[in-house]
Ligand binder design. Structure first.
Ligand code: SF4
Ligand code: SF4
Length: 184
């Protein structure tokens, strides 16, 4: 198998210049932690020890290569953006100190801005928006248990401030779009 065919087989499809966002690499590298992306030498050590490697459609070193090539749509559609557990193992093992976990955080934010988010996160976001908790607590039983253990009652989260943060990040638009979809 010659080299060009091998690359084609691994990436499943070929990409043209139209698929490349020439600003993507620069934009990522200007964000906190993103600058380390430029140090990558594609050694693959990150992927060889990745905790979730068997579940992702793109291994960490391939993800980085795709970012460096400007394949923005391919990267943002990859399940690796969300499946990564942010365990930091790849970052600890990287000989070039590439901060992959930081990069993933940047990519998650970009995905949300574009309305790309796994379905399972929507109810969690809704809970945070409405109650301030990712998983709402059943008040009375929690308070009873805390009282029994001599722990003070849980302070109520400031939902107004949380809603404001959700608006600032644009997540409220995402929730609205999802609600409309559910009503259709
Ligand atoms: S271990 Fe570091 S240098 Fe090697 S491919 Fe992964 S990110 Fe790049
Ligand atoms: S931080 Fe993510 S990519 Fe890196 S080893 Fe952990 S699960 Fe894998």
């Amino acid at each position: 198998m010659n080299e060009s065919f091998r690359i084609r087989a691994e990436m499943k499809e070929l990409y043209t210049l139209d698929d490349i966002d020439l600003n993507f690499r620069r934009m990522l590298s200007e964000k906190v932690g993103g600058e380390s992306l430029l140090n990558c030498i594609q050694c693959g050590i990150c992927s060889s020890g990745c905790t979730v490697s068997e579940y992702v459609d793109m291994q960490p070193h391939r993800m980085i290569a795709s970012c460096l090539l400007g394949l923005k749509n391919l990267v943002l559609k990859s399940n690796a953006v969300w499946i990564c557990s942010l365990c930091n193992k790849c970052t600890e093992r990287c000989p070039k100190h590439v901060e992959y976990s930081f990069l993933l955080a940047i990519l998650r934010n970009l995905s949300v801005e574009q309305g790309i988010i796994p379905e399972g996160y929507i109810p969690i976001l809704r809970n945070i928006n409405n109650t301030g908790f990712a998983i709402p607590l059943s008040g009375a039983s929690v308070d009873r248990r805390r009282e029994k253990m001599g722990i003070p009652a849980m302070p109520s989260p400031n939902t107004e401030q949380i809603k404001k943060l959700i608006q600032l990040t644009g997540i409220d638009n995402l929730l609205e779009t999802e609600e409309k979809k559910e009503d259709e």
